[in-house]
Design a protein around this ligand. Structure first.
Ligand SMILES: [Zn+2]
Ligand SMILES: [Zn+2]
Length: 346
């Protein structure tokens, strides 16, 4: 039997098991990938360390930000050849439901997320449906392609599809970790007017300032919504929340100008409150959820990286071997040395 190395979640709070498991075989419409890089993100911490996002079964191989090379094809796959370089959509969407048909893949009715419902890319090989794979343009590394699939596409989806950012509008970014940092880079690229960056971590705020945020606010020093009004002379047109906490979601809503949109990306069990109806309705404000990304978000971002329009050269804060994945998760947990994105190379 041919085996491979995989990082398996057995019990949240325990280190991942690095073990030899059987190498999977692709089904008819599937592709076997030799994984080259897999990004880690906050979701992996929820799964592996905190344990507040349930998985369908254990043990399960984690990793939903994968990129690699096609190593074998199912009998029905025509669109790829062995040796093609591809990035993985973070979930195996069905391609048939009304959301998939509308191109809104993160809303798929039958979605199966890697590391939660199917074995993921923190392994030497992974199997994925061919329809969910995106070709990597020449000149884009597997490492960058891997982080684009979630760490960059999630804030892009929030800015473009949900927030509908218009050039010149002001943007407030609540939470400047990996997603928020990329939101600042992308908002600049998309022609945002003034950008405010809000966090409690000094190194995250320093990074936001380097990336061109006009207003950098320590949320522990007072109400950031008031500070945005003071700094901009009015509220924000678009506020993005990447933290997943009630107080930051409410601050993002409070920070809005008339006609402003608050896009909530961070998830959690809390229930943020809306302003009084008289004020909320009278100001024509919106609160929107933004979940993941569409396939088109990843395709467009990979083109922007290939064309040199989107510079992600500072986005990879650490590279780890698959055998060191627990150290990589610990680094993400501690945020030691300032973390945008961590990549595991297999
Ligand atoms: Zn992720
Ligand atoms: Zn679907």
């Amino acid at each position: 039997m041919t085996t491979m190395l995989a990082a398996r979640l057995v019990s949240p709070g325990q280190p991942l098991n690095i073990e030899e498991v059987p190498r999977p075989r692709p089904g008819e419409d599937e592709v076997l990938l030799r994984v080259e890089a897999c990004g880690l993100c906050g979701t992996d911490l929820h799964l592996a360390v905190v344990g507040d996002i349930p998985v369908e079964r254990v043990p399960i191989t984690l990793g939903h930000e994968g990129a690699g090379v096609v190593a074998a094809l199912g009998s029905g796959v025509r669109e790829f050849a062995i040796g093609d370089r591809v990035a993985m959509f973070p979930a195996a969407f069905c391609g048939k439901c009304r959301f998939c048909l509308a191109g809104r893949h993160s809303l798929c009715d039958a979605s199966r997320v890697y590391g939660m419902a199917r074995d993921g890319a923190l392994a030497e090989y992974v199997v994925a449906p061919a329809r969910t794979l995106i070709p990597i343009p020449d000149g884009v590394s597997s490492e960058l392609a891997a982080i684009v699939t979630d760490g960059v596409s999630t804030p892009f989806h929030a800015l473009r599809s949900r927030g509908r950012l218009v050039a010149g509008e002001s943007v407030a970014v609540f939470g400047c970790g990996g997603l928020g940092t990329h939101a600042i880079i992308l908002a600049r690229l998309m022609g945002a007017g003034r950008i405010a960056a809000i966090d409690v971590d000094a190194s995250a705020l320093e990074r936001a300032r380097r990336l061109g945020a006009d207003l950098v606010l320590d949320a522990s020093a007072g109400d950031p919504a008031k500070a945005i009004r003071a700094g901009f002379g009015r509220g924000a047109d678009l506020a993005l929340e990447f933290v997943g906490k009630v107080e930051t979601a409410e601050a993002a809503i409070r920070a809005l100008d008339k006609s402003g949109r608050a896009v909530l990306v961070g998830v959690g069990a809390g229930r943020p409150a809306l302003p009084a109806l008289l004020a909320f309705v009278g100001r024509e404000q919106s609160v929107l959820g933004s979940f993941g990304m569409d396939r088109a978000d990843i395709e467009d971002l990979l083109s922007m990286v290939a064309d040199g329009q989107l510079d992600l050269s500072a986005s990879i804060s650490g590279r780890y071997a698959l055998s060191d994945v627990n150290a990589a998760l610990q680094r993400l947990c501690d945020k030691s040395g300032g973390v945008v994105r961590i990549v595991v190379r297999t």
